[in-house]
Write a new protein. Structure first.
Ligand code: SF4
Length: 146
């Protein structure tokens, strides 16, 4: 079973109320069992919402509000959903295709917390949790390897 960021499937859960629909990811999901997540929505953040970026361990939105708790709660809740669904299906979580650069779903590179479009090395908080469990992660920018 694979974990997929909802915005890549066209769900309007992106901070600005839009999505990041990706045809390759949609095609992949037609033939692979998957669970769809949006950790920020799971954290009860509204849509639309002010954009947020990681500043080290904290996550702050562009209005200067600390939204770390909502992001962490949403990431934990999404992880639990994935684990429960996989267990119910009797499958393991084989990998994840997540949205690049997001403070929740980014992998390897994220925005640096200055709201200037500058990237830095790092992962989103949901991605970090998956990596700790040894789950392989790619973003929509990479060739799907499964
Ligand atoms: S990148 Fe992740 S948290 Fe952000 S909208 Fe997409 S699924 Fe939700």
């Amino acid at each position: 079973m694979y974990i997929i960021s909802g915005c890549l499937l066209g769900h309007d859960c992106k901070y600005n109320g839009g999505n990041n629909r990706n045809e390759e990811v949609i095609k992949f999901c037609e033939t692979h069992r998957h669970v769809v997540v949006c950790p920020e929505r799971a954290g009860k953040l509204p849509t639309p919402r002010p954009p947020a970026e990681r500043q080290g361990k904290r996550i702050v939105n562009i209005e200067g509000e600390d939204v770390t708790d909502a992001f962490m709660n949403g990431a934990r809740s999404s992880l639990n959903t994935c684990l429960q669904l996989a267990e119910y299906a009797g499958e393991k979580l084989e990998g994840a295709i997540l949205k690049a650069k997001s403070p929740s779903c980014g992998c390897g590179q994220i925005y640096d917390g200055t709201f200037t479009g500058t990237l830095t090395e790092g992962d989103g908080v949901f991605t970090e949790m998956l990596k700790k469990r040894g789950i392989q992660i790619i973003t929509e920018k990479e060739t799907i390897k499964w």
